[in-house]
Design a binder for this molecule. Structure first.
Ligand code: ZN
Length: 365
């Protein structure tokens, strides 16, 4: 168990233009700062039949204080017609004693199930416990953290497994007051169509984030500017300096060929971020940039393996980046910090071949 740091209030919930409610910074937040530490508000056991999962969800919900129930029922629900039909069908046969729910009760539980579906996170997968027995998977919702909107280039890193039952949200870069706080619901990766299809199937929305709309990221602009500023100061003292644009050749080639492959531009952006923050010596940003790059390369490893292609080079990149993240984490926060532990954990799972890209599923529950 790691110590939970005290956190300073930094956000509120506001209406957005297109995405319903969202989380917004109420002050400047520094890279590496915790923005939220929240205990799971409602969980459900997975692994049995869908009907059993629904029953378990209803039992757990009914056991909550009324005020918590009311807060949960105000969260965003995904009105998927197929799911509504299925839940109504389950509810008709749910009670062991053969009694039926009233229409009002049914509607309330269907609403609950739709909310759970739109907002749930996996708390932990099915796993073998120390005593050898199998613990079924659990998923849950976090009432506050449910208000985070998705971005494929988020400014908040989140983690659930490290401290069982808690959602941790940490700023991955400096965030200005009134900026929206976003997390990624999926492993950020190219191509865009695949990401968007994944989000559409699992959460019922088409992503409109900057990365999906092909717009330049504000963060990348800020990094380039900061680098230029630092270099113009340094230039006065020395000439030459460190290697500029290590990936420039690659970019030039891609542009000559007339296409900047989406995968290539995604990778270039991640590498460029690492390069800049390394040079700037921005430690928390270094940690998160290298972590992001490791996640991306690890995702590529799985894709290559699926196609029976050689993955050595990509795997080496993945390990290089996660090692860099772990090392930076230790340097800034020490070995027992949650973030350092997250990187170490990710590295271990990479080593064991356990980190897999999310599977696309037709399963609608
Ligand atoms: Zn997106």
């Amino acid at each position: 168990m790691v110590d939970l740091p005290p956190i300073e209030e930094s956000y509120d919930v506001r209406a957005t233009d297109k995405k319903g409610m969202g989380m917004f910074a109420t002050r400047d937040i520094k890279a590496g700062e915790y923005v939220i530490i929240e205990k799971c508000g409602l969980w459900r056991q997975e692994g049995g039949t869908k009907r059993m999962s629904l029953r378990n969800l209803i039992e757990n919900f009914d056991a909550l204080p009324l005020e918590t129930q009311a807060r949960i029922l105000r969260l965003h629900a995904w009105y998927d017609p197929r799911a509504i039909v299925m839940y109504r069908d389950f509810l008709n046969f749910l009670n062991d004693d053969g009694s039926r729910y009233s229409l009002e009760q049914s509607n309330r539980y269907i609403h609950l199930a739709l909310i759970f579906r739109a907002n749930n996170f996996e708390l932990y997968p099915r796993h073998r416990q120390r005593d050898g027995t199998i613990a079924p998977a659990r998923s849950g919702i976090f009432i506050q953290a449910s208000r985070f909107n998705h971005s494929c280039d988020p400014n908040v890193y989140w983690n659930i497994g490290l401290i069982p039952g808690y959602f941790l949200g940490i700023a991955t870069r400096n965030i200005g007051r009134d900026e929206e706080l976003t997390i990624s619901y999926i492993t950020p990766r190219p191509p865009r169509q695949e990401r968007r299809a994944d989000l559409d199937t699992s959460w019922g929305f088409l992503c409109q984030c900057d990365m999906c709309m092909g717009e330049d990221s504000l963060y990348d602009q800020q990094l380039e500017e900061a680098l230029e500023l630092q270099r113009s100061v340094a230039e006065q003292e020395k000439t030459g300096g460190i290697e500029q644009y290590i990936l420039q050749e690659e970019l030039d080639r891609a542009q000559q060929e007339g296409v900047l492959d989406e995968d290539e531009s995604f990778r270039t952006r991640l590498e460029r971020r690492c390069e800049i923050v390394d040079e700037l010596g921005w430690l928390p940003e270094q940690f998160f940039s290298h972590y992001d790059a490791a996640v991306y390369y690890n995702y590529r490893v799985f894709r290559l393996r699926m196609q029976d292609e050689d993955d050595t080079e990509t795997m080496n990149r993945a390990f290089m980046h996660i090692n860099e993240a772990s090392r930076t984490g230790e340097e800034i926060w020490g070995p027992y910090d949650v973030k350092t532990a997250a990187a170490r954990n990710y590295r271990k799972n990479m080593f064991d071949g356990l980190v897999k890209p999310p599977e696309q599923s037709e399963d609608i529950f």
